[in-house]
Design a protein. Structure first.
Length: 383
């Protein structure tokens, strides 16, 4: 027999009738609109119980009635979310429930999407935007974009850099080494920028195949990490530009996807999330305080998805976030011994009791080549 989670048991004891079985109680729960709303509210306010509640209920309610029951729950859940959505004063009011709201839904509801606060080291929001513009248009970034533009035309690339003919361009390892070395020559040196009476020493942490640019930003006494779209759509005047901006946002490992997942985790006080500070959709940029710690060293030769997620990122998993890109470079160990995810990358969100909402949410992209959740999930479907 699967036990009811203790927190749920306390809630049930306040609502259940005398001599009523648990099975009977949960089967009648959606006959009472107030009771069903209270139940969904309990689920939403206890996000870490999501899977344990689902497992208990799927065992308690008879198989012949389970899908019907879950459909009723889905309807009540959707009504609940829409009520929260209509009353929300800021994105954070709904983001703490689920992290996968679509950019068009958030922009229609809240306008320009801002999450968190600009740290005082960067001044006001307008000052931070001015700095982003200076970084976006600086010489180092323009040279990086010039080289990346050649990547799609081997003939032009070979004309500009003849040494490329010495490698197998279609061998991913050789191509990565060549581009990394070439781009490192362009981006290795730090550069200085001044904005709003502040000076910043900036280093471009260049990844040749990322959809975003990453910078280390040194202020007078702190270090920050800035991630920004390579070509943010700054002015949306046409439907084509709007779609381009939306497609950039929902791309796997985008600043938007990263920011939504990380702020969701931060709002729910997850210890594994990095110190995210601010996100703006104007430049598709997200800012973090640099995490202090030591490199994560795997106790195994190959640390796989299942072990890393279930053994070292338990709290993140309880909140429905699963890391797909398990490269050790994406993690550090904090001074308190906590594993921190410094690049959430191509993560997935899956929580059975806080499902997607038609018209409001989307499914996070994943280009890491691993997606265990999808493969395991289909095993519960009938052939």
């Amino acid at each position: 027999m699967r036990k009811m989670p203790p927190e749920l048991s306390k809630w049930v004891q306040k609502k259940i009738k005398k001599r009523e079985t648990q099975k009977a109680f949960f089967e009648r729960i959606f006959e009472d609109s107030k009771l069903s709303k209270d139940f969904v509210d309990f689920v939403i306010k206890n996000p870490r119980l999501n899977k344990s509640i689902y497992r208990f209920l799927s065992w308690t309610i008879s198989p012949s009635q389970w899908r019907t029951w879950y459909k009723k729950y889905s309807d009540a859940y959707n009504d609940y979310i829409h009520q929260k959505w209509n009353k929300a004063k800021c994105v954070e009011d709904v983001l703490r429930i689920v992290p996968n709201f679509s950019p068009w839904a958030l922009k229609d509801r809240f306008g320009v999407i801002h999450l968190g606060q600009v740290p005082k080291e960067f001044g006001m929001e307008k000052d931070f935007n001015e700095l982003l513009e200076k970084i976006r248009t600086c010489k180092v970034v323009q040279e990086y974009k010039r080289i990346k533009a050649l990547e799609n035309n081997f003939k032009k690339f070979a004309s500009a850099y003849p040494e490329i003919k010495k490698i197998d361009w279609y061998n991913m390892d050789e191509k990565t080494r060549f581009l990394s070395k070439l781009l490192h020559q362009v981006t290795a040196k730090t550069f200085m920028l001044q904005n709003a009476h502040h000076k910043y020493e900036i280093r471009f942490l260049c990844n040749p195949f990322s959809c975003k640019m990453v910078f280390e930003v040194q202020t007078a006494d702190k270090k920050f990490i800035l991630k920004m779209a390579v070509n943010p759509v700054l002015k949306i005047l046409t439907d084509e530009q709007r779609k381009e901006a939306e497609n950039q946002a929902i791309r796997a490992d985008s600043p938007y996807s990263n920011a939504l997942m990380e702020f969701y985790l931060k709002l729910n006080k997850c210890p594994h999330v990095c110190d995210i500070q601010y996100y703006t959709s104007e430049y598709e940029a997200v800012l973090y305080k640099e995490e202090k710690g030591i490199p994560f060293i795997s106790p195994h030769k190959k640390w796989d998805f299942y072990d890393l997620n279930t053994k070292l990122l338990k709290d993140m998993n309880r909140l429905g976030i699963y890391i797909n890109d398990v490269s050790l470079a994406n993690f550090i160990v904090s001074p308190k011994g906590i594993l921190k995810v410094i690049d959430i990358g191509h993560a997935s969100f899956a929580n059975p009791m806080t499902q997607g909402i038609p018209g409001l949410t989307f499914t996070f992209g994943n280009l890491s080549g691993q997606d265990y959740l999808t493969h395991f999930g289909v095993m519960s479907m009938e052939d």
